[in-house]
Design a protein around this ligand. Structure first.
Ligand SMILES: Nc1ncnc2c1ncn2[C@@H]1O[C@H](COP(=O)(O)OP(=O)(O)OP(=O)(O)O)[C@@H](O)[C@H]1O
Ligand SMILES: [Mg+2]
Length: 294
């Protein structure tokens, strides 16, 4: 049996917290003992609210952040032991295509950066056209500047740039959250299609669990740096076991009457989404926070 594409074992990462005078007053555990595995060709969805540690995990996988402890294995090999060539296997697409593309570079020049960095030997112009075609953009977009593109088009360019060096694993950190809902769906369709055709493995990060429903095989729900729930996307949607997951699901747009009936009723506390602890306390007090099903 071949090794999983990505294996994360007991990953921990803290950041110092400073007060207004710049003095260190403590630490925030951004990632707290996180483990998960993604098999080759699979899509793993990592969901969680803002600040739950999603990007820290992504940045650690990319080698942009050093873990405090734990291990990251790519294709069975520890990240710390990988060569530059091996690192090519993993590429990332960031949330905001506006800031991840250099405004002073044409689309073609941006896509050429990773080709140059990894010493692409073929004809660059042809490769750039081919990559633009993969993301369903016309070849003449190579001459355009980012400000001449829509948000969705920019994100397609960012995807083309990530694919330039033929990675095996793509880390997608909220790749569609800056886009309109209709554009979101089309970018996800494109990613799903590319994934199938090129046998890519995806770590798909989003605060929006509903985006993962049809895209991810397995999902993990991150809450304050910890994976509090994991399972198949379908399983987690149908039978969420953690209060926090229900909370995330409660904001999912409703599709059918059945689903509306299944939606948990989560009260806001002072107009705010309550913490899982507050929810639990409510439930223990036997208030209508408890979920009724069936
Ligand atoms: N470089 C850093 N220095 C200090 N604290 C950091 C740093 N990066 C992240 N953090 C803290 O770590 C925690 C997790 O942040 P992270 O960016 O991983 O969350 P996230 O789930 O990606 O959130 P979002 O949905 O807003 O992107 C937060 O409390 C954040 O403030
Ligand atoms: Mg983030």
């Amino acid at each position: 049996m071949s090794a999983p594409m990505l294996e994360i074992r007991n990953l921990c990462k803290s950041f110092p917290v400073h007060n207004a005078f710049g003095r260190k007053t403590g630490a925030v555990k951004a990632v707290d003992d996180v483990s998960f595995t993604i098999d080759k060709g699979q899509v793993y969805g990592l969901a969680g609210e803002s600040g739950s540690g999603k990007s820290t995990i992504a940045r650690t996988i990319m080698g942009l952040e050093r873990p405090d402890s734990g291990e990251i294995l790519i294709n069975g090999e520890s990240l710390s032991r990988q060569s530059r060539g091996d690192r090519r296997q993993v590429q990332m697409v960031f949330q905001n295509p506006g800031s991840s593309l250099n405004p002073r570079r044409t689309v073609g020049q941006s896509i050429a950066v990773p080709l140059d960095a990894h010493g692409y030997a073929g004809k660059k112009r042809d490769r750039i056209s081919e990559l633009l075609q993969m993301v369903q953009l016309p070849a003449d977009f190579a001459e355009r500047y980012p400000h001449e593109l829509s948000g969705g088009q920019k994100q397609r360019v960012a995807i083309a740039r990530a694919l330039a060096v033929e990675p095996r694993l793509l880390v997608l950190d909220e790749p569609t959250s800056a886009l309109d809902v209709s554009v979101q769906a089309r970018v996800i369709d494109l990613l799903a299609d590319l994934g199938r055709r090129m046998e890519l493995t995806y770590l798909f990060i989003s605060h929006d669990l509903s985006l993962m429903r049809n895209f991810a095989g397995n999902v993990g729900v991150l809450y304050r740096g910890q994976v509090v729930e994991t399972g198949t996307a379908a399983g987690v949607f149908e039978q969420p076991s953690h209060d926090y997951t229900r909370l995330l699901l409660a904001s999912v747009p409703v599709i059918s009457k059945e689903e509306e009936a299944m939606r948990p009723k989560i009260p806001l506390i002072d107009g705010e989404i309550p913490t899982a602890e507050a929810l639990l306390a409510l439930r223990q007090a036997d208030q209508p926070a408890s979920q009724e099903r069936g």
